[in-house]
Design a protein around this ligand. Structure first.
Ligand code: THU
Length: 159
C-alpha cells in the first residue's frame, strides 16, 4: 500500500498581471455575466473562450424552471465555440462570477461537469487550454484543464 500525493500547479495573480490577451479574455467573461439567465440562483457566470485563430466566443449560465435542464456558462461557451468551429482549438478559457452586486472575491470554481467538458476540449484538439478563474482578490491561472481534474475519465478509458 502507498500514498500518492497529486500536485497541481496554478499561478495566482491580479487581472492586471495577466498577459494582455488573457486580461482581455477575463474582461469578456466579466462582461458576459450581464447576459446570464439565472432567475433561480441569481448567480451570474460568464465565460470567454479564445480560439487558436483569435476568435473569442462568450457564454453565460442559462437556467430553467426544470432545474437540471439549465447549463453552466463554461459548457454553454465551449459547446457553442466547438459546434461552430469544430476544427479550431480553444487555447484559453476565462470564467467570472457575479453575485450579490459584485464579482466574487475568490476565483471562480468550475463544477465537475464543466471540468470534464474542458478536459475533453483539450483532448479533442490535442493541445492544452489555459484556464483563468477570475476573482476580485486574485485570479488563478492553470496551464491546462487537466490540472483541474486529476485522475480523470477520458476516451483512453473507453479503449
Ligand atoms: N454555474 C456556472 O455557470 N458555472 C459553474 O462553474 C458553477 C455554477 C451556474 C449554474 C447555475 O446557473 C448557477 O451557477 C448556480 O449554481
Amino acid at each position: 500500500m502507498k500514498e500518492v500525493l497529486i500536485k497541481t500547479k496554478l499561478t495566482a495573480c491580479l487581472q492586471d498581471e495577466l498577459t494582455l490577451e488573457l486580461r482581455d479574455l477575463v474582461e469578456a467573461a466579466k462582461a458576459k455575466t450581464r447576459d446570464a439567465y439565472c432567475p433561480y440562483s441569481h448567480y451570474y457566470v460568464g465565460a470567454a473562450a479564445l480560439l487558436a485563430d483569435g476568435q473569442v466566443w462568450t457564454g453565460s449560465n442559462q437556467e430553467n424552471a426544470a432545474y437540471p435542464s439549465g447549463l453552466c456558462a463554461e459548457r454553454t461557451t465551449l459547446f457553442a465555440a466547438n459546434a461552430n468551429n469544430p476544427k479550431t482549438p480553444v487555447v484559453a478559457l476565462a470564467i467570472a462570477c457575479y453575485s450579490n452586486g459584485h464579482f466574487t472575491e475568490d476565483p471562480a470554481s468550475p463544477c465537475g461537469a464543466c471540468r470534464q467538458v474542458m478536459l475533453e476540449t483539450e483532448h479533442r484538439f490535442g493541445q492544452p487550454m489555459k484556464v483563468v478563474l477570475y476573482g476580485e482578490r486574485e485570479c488563478y491561472v492553470f496551464d491546462s484543464a487537466a490540472d483541474l481534474l486529476p485522475v480523470c475519465f477520458t476516451n483512453d478509458n473507453l479503449a
